[in-house]
Design a protein around this ligand. Structure first.
Ligand code: 1HN
Length: 347
């Protein structure tokens, strides 16, 4: 690569005269546009649930879910201030709903995932089918499906929202529409979709009509049981422990087209080998304590904490106890575009 060209008076004069014609020289910006490897402004950051929760409950006192539309505290990456992003391509937030509240029905082009952090007897409804939420459940709201949330239990109900907002923003493809009523009418009984598409069978003549998994709830009890069963063979991946991805049973692809979702088990005492990949990844611990080392940064995590690892940042995980981590990233997009890279080298 040639060195950055100098700015001479003659060149500066040319740049100034071409600017009104909406022209600008590539050679002044090429080295920052195309870098030899990913150079992300994203910072490795951890949000301790103990620190976030009081703010969330305070938000519950100053605004209702209905007035807010969605009562969410955005997990904003300190490297991307004011941008409502946790990574360059993804949005994340912690959403609170209180007993008796509703978050009104709407639909948008952006896809959403929910990962349940705290509470029970809250539900989310997708196109009129309710699914009750419990900690560790992974729930999908596909692009352009009606969704509303409610809470029939006691105590706060909190979940982690992941949305592909910045991706959709980059494509200028955003749409949102209100339903006009708090809740979409109930269209199917509770459990219908999981029975229909989530029992290792599919309706005989059914063909997928969208790229998102037909299953919109992946209950923790099932994912956890699968990990527990598999640990018996002790086939640990040096970089990941035992790591699974959530799948669309109709295609075998990722459960969502824009966000990859993963669940991994790190047994007590496990220290992973160094790993980096081009998909910046958001993690939350479901069970167990440990830490993640990224360069000279150490993120100490426990249950319900959320942390983010930037693109191409080599890291290791250390589990002090049996630990279960849920994570999500834009990996499906990168894979489809032929951009996904990983480096399993140690250091
Ligand atoms: C949204 O619809 C939800 O449905 C959560 O719970 C977060 C952030 C931005 C735009 C729409 C939800 C959101 C959102």
């Amino acid at each position: 690569m040639e060195a950055q060209p100098a700015r001479t008076p003659e060149r500066e004069d040319l740049y100034r005269r071409m600017a009104p014609a909406n022209l600008t020289p590539l050679w002044e910006v090429l080295r920052s546009l195309i870098t030899p490897e990913p150079k992300s402004p994203v910072q490795a950051t951890l949000w301790r649930y103990d620190e976030v929760r009081p703010f969330l409950l305070e938000a519950g006192k100053v605004i209702t879910a209905k007035e807010a539309e969605r009562r969410v505290l955005i997990l904003e990456n300190p490297g991307l201030p004011g941008q409502s992003r946790i990574t360059t391509s993804l949005y994340a937030g912690l959403q609170l709903i209180l007993p008796g509240e509703v978050a009104p029905a709407h639909r948008h082009a952006q896809s959403a995932l929910r990962f349940i952090i705290e509470g029970s007897k809250g539900y989310t409804a997708v196109d009129g089918e309710r699914v009750y939420m419990s900690p560790g459940d992974f729930i999908i709201t596909p692009s352009w499906t009606w969704h509303d949330h409610g809470h029939e239990g006691e105590g706060p109900m909190v979940w982690l929202d992941g949305l592909d907002i910045p991706l959709v923003q980059a494509l200028d493809a955003s749409f949102i529409e209100g339903y006009g009523h708090d809740a979409h009418p109930v269209t199917r009984p509770v459990g219908d979709t999981l029975a229909r598409y989530g029992a290792n069978m599919l309706p005989v003549d059914w063909k997928p009509s969208r790229p998102t998994s037909p299953i919109f709830s992946y209950p923790y009890a099932r994912s956890r049981e699968a990990l527990e069963q598999m640990r018996k063979t002790a086939e640990w991946d040096p970089c990941h422990g035992l790591k699974m991805r959530f799948a669309n049973p109709a295609t075998g692809d990722h459960a969502m087209p824009t966000m990859g979702t993963f669940m991994q088990l790190l047994p007590k005492g496990f220290v992973t080998a160094g790993y980096r990949s081009t998909d910046a990844t958001v993690f939350t611990a479901v069970e167990g304590r440990g830490r993640t080392r990224i360069g000279d940064r150490v993120l100490e995590w426990g249950p319900r904490d959320v942390f983010v690892i930037p693109s191409w940042a080599r890291h290791i995980h250390e589990a002090d106890e049996d630990a279960v981590l849920f994570s999500f990233s834009d990996r499906p997009v990168q894979e489809k575009l032929g951009l996904f890279r990983e480096d399993r080298g140690n250091r």
